[in-house]
Design a protein around this ligand. Structure first.
Ligand code: HEC
Ligand code: HEC
Length: 269
C-alpha cells in the first residue's frame, strides 16, 4: 500500500515538474502571431482591405502552405491576387520571425484561407463616434496630438487642406473612409500598418479617442468632398516645373558637349 502511494506521488511529481517544460517546448501560437503581425493589413478574419491588402480568407493561394511560408519569409510584390493588382508590396518577415514562428503562422493562414471572408467589416469604433471638429483640429495641428506625434497635414492632404511637406510624403486621404470603413480606419490610425507611419508614431501613438476624432473628420471631409481639384492642380504645376528643369538640363548637359565637339572639329581643321 505504501509503495503504491509512493509510486503515485512520484508519478504526480514528475508530471507536475514536466508540465512547464512541455509548455515551454510547445510550438509557437500561429493565431497569436497572425493577430499581432498580420491582422493590421489582412484583418483578423483574413478579409483584407479592398484594393490595398489582399484577402487571405477564401484565397486558394493562401491555402498553399509552401507559398505562404515563401511570402512571409521573402515578401511579395506586384502579384495579381484574385483579379486585383496591389500597388503595395508585402515586406519580408524572414529576419523578424523564426522559422518555427513562420511555419506556425503559415498553418494558421492555411486554416484561415478555408473560411469564408466576412462581408461586413468588424468595426472597433462605431461609425459616428468621434468629433469632426476635434478631428479637423488634430489633422491640421491647431490641437497638438497628445503624445507629440506630427500633425497629419505635414504629410497628408484631405478635405480642403494640402499637405505642408509637399507631395510625395504621404497620399491624399480622399477615399480612406470609403476604403477602410470608419471604424477600421480609426483603429488603423491608432496602430498604423503603413511603414512610414509605424516609424513616426511608434513612440508617440495617436490615442484611440484622437483616432476616432480623426476618422470622423475624414468621413465628414469625404462626404462633403467637391472634386478634390487641389492635388491635381499641384501635380500639373509640378509637371510643368519638371518640364522646365528637364529642358534646362538638356540645354546644359546635352548641348554642352555638342558644342565642345563642334569646337574640336573646327580647331582640327
Ligand atoms: C503592411 C501590410 C501587410 C502586413 C503586415 C502583412 N501583409 Fe501579407 N500582403 C500584403 C500585401 C500588400 C500583399 C500583396 C502583395 C502583392 O500583391 O504582390 C500581401 C500578400 C500576402 C500573401 C500572398 C497571397 C497570395 O494570394 O499569394 C500572403 C500569404 C500573406 N500576405 C500573408 C501574410 C502573413 C502571414 C503576414 C504576417 C506574418 C502578413 N501577410 C503581413 C500586406 C501585408
Ligand atoms: C511623416 C509623414 C506622415 C505623417 C505625419 C502621417 N502620415 Fe499617414 N501615411 C504616411 C505615408 C508615407 C503613408 C503611406 C503609405 C503607403 O502607401 O503605404 C501613410 C498612410 C496613411 C493612411 C493610409 C492611406 C491609404 O490610402 O491607404 C492613412 C489613413 C493615414 N496615413 C492617416 C494619417 C493620419 C490620420 C495622420 C495623423 C495622425 C497621419 N497619417 C500622419 C505618412 C505620414
Amino acid at each position: 500500500m505504501r509503495r503504491t502511494i509512493s509510486v503515485i506521488v512520484t508519478v504526480v511529481t514528475i508530471m507536475a515538474a514536466a508540465a512547464p517544460v512541455a509548455a515551454y517546448a510547445q510550438t509557437p501560437d500561429g493565431q497569436d502571431i497572425y493577430n499581432r503581425r498580420c491582422a493590421r493589413c489582412h484583418k483578423e478574419d483574413g478579409r483584407g482591405v479592398p484594393n490595398k491588402y489582399p484577402p487571405l480568407a477564401g484565397n486558394p493561394d493562401a491555402a498553399d502552405r509552401d507559398h505562404v511560408i515563401d511570402v512571409v519569409t521573402n515578401g511579395l510584390e506586384g502579384k495579381e491576387i484574385l483579379g486585383v493588382k496591389y500597388d503595395r508590396k508585402m515586406r519580408a518577415f524572414g529576419n523578424r520571425l523564426s522559422p518555427e514562428e513562420i511555419e506556425a503562422v503559415a498553418d494558421y493562414v492555411v486554416q484561415l484561407s478555408k473560411s469564408a471572408p466576412s462581408q461586413t467589416p468588424t468595426t472597433t469604433v462605431p461609425a459616428g463616434e468621434g468629433s469632426v471638429a476635434n478631428g479637423e483640429a488634430l489633422f491640421v495641428g491647431t490641437t497638438p496630438l497628445r503624445n507629440g506625434g506630427p500633425a497629419c497635414v505635414a504629410c497628408h492632404a484631405a478635405g480642403t487642406y494640402d499637405r505642408l511637406g509637399g507631395p510625395g510624403l504621404g497620399p491624399g486621404l480622399y477615399t480612406a473612409v470609403a476604403d477602410y470603413g470608419q471604424g477600421d480606419l480609426a483603429a488603423a490610425i491608432a496602430d498604423p500598418p503603413w511603414d512610414p507611419m509605424i516609424e513616426v508614431f511608434v513612440d508617440r501613438p495617436v490615442t484611440s479617442q484622437e483616432a476616432a476624432d480623426l476618422a470622423a473628420y475624414l468621413a465628414d471631409a469625404e462626404a462633403n468632398a467637391t472634386t478634390g481639384g487641389t492635388p491635381v492642380d499641384l501635380l500639373a504645376v509640378l509637371g510643368l516645373v519638371g518640364m522646365v528643369v528637364l529642358f534646362l538640363f538638356t540645354l546644359v548637359v546635352v548641348r554642352g558637349p555638342q558644342r565642345l565637339y563642334v569646337q574640336k572639329l573646327r580647331s582640327a581643321r
